[in-house]
Design a protein around this ligand. Sequence first.
Ligand code: ATP
Length: 312
Amino acid sequence: MPAIQTDGLTKRYGHDVYAVSDLSLTVEEGEVFGFLGPNGAGKSTTIDLLMDFVRPSSGSATVLGYDVQEEAGAVHERVGILPDGYSLYHRLSGRKHVEYAIALKESDDDPDDILERVGLDPDAAARPARTYSKGMSQRLALGMALVGDPDVLILDEPSSGLDPDGIRDIRELARSHADDGGTVFFSSHILSQVEAVCDRVGILSNGRLVAIDTIDGLRDAVGTGATIALVVDAAPSGVDLTDIPGVADVTVTDGVVSATCTEPSSKVEFVDRVRDGGSTVLDIETHEASLEDLFSAYTRPADGRLVVEVDQ
Ligand SMILES: Nc1ncnc2c1ncn2[C@@H]1O[C@H](COP(=O)(O)OP(=O)(O)OP(=O)(O)O)[C@@H](O)[C@H]1O
């Protein structure tokens, strides 16, 4: 049974704002699924729809087989959520927050275990939440989401406000939750934060799902290659630079010979071929397509095509 399944899920505000548009996706149990998209793409709205915090204009969704509208109670019992824009009770201590979440979920969790898992030490946990930094608040909200060992953990921008240690902790927590058989739905607008931990990612742009695959699969689909630029004393002559396997987009201008290389080994052959053409190579610059280039390729298509923006 899928952990999360949506079918044509759509949320329209007013006449023409489609926050989520015809979204159909399946997240399997035991997966860490990265839900990616730039600001305003519709990630939080999708999560609100899954939790029945807002109602869809059309389409449907299930979580662990339960219809999110008809059986919202059953969904809430099995889901732990770190929402975007959660709020804390300023006068209550961190520990009281966790105790409250335990009572609400009728769980027998030990509050100290939960606080330790999210890295809030007893002193910090005893302080009122108004004294917390953004990162500490985020850790506390995450702890509340973990109460009751939920089957599905929904994390909306969980890394926001966290330092590098905190970001790593979130990743480890997500991974161990999935390794124990749980499912993690991890929303972020920063690709590199989900790359290390997610089994698959879905990319949302303007409310629409524009890609769903593993990170490697997405890279292959967009064909992100590296660019290579050789500074030469003179243009090569008498050689064909365009028939090297894995080399494309060859240009020769003002003492610079450049190309896109989809195979790492093709760079060496490209350099050799330029030398065979009588040129002395004075300098070599290469640029690997970054994850952010990949993200841009899916979220900022030009002329309806998928393009990778690569600086030279
Ligand atoms: N209550 C609302 N009324 C009108 N428009 C809304 C409402 N809620 C969301 N929207 C619009 O729906 C779109 C999607 O918003 P949403 O908050 O789901 O995006 P997001 O991907 O979570 O963005 P972010 O990364 O900035 O949190 C945006 O254009 C937003 O302005």
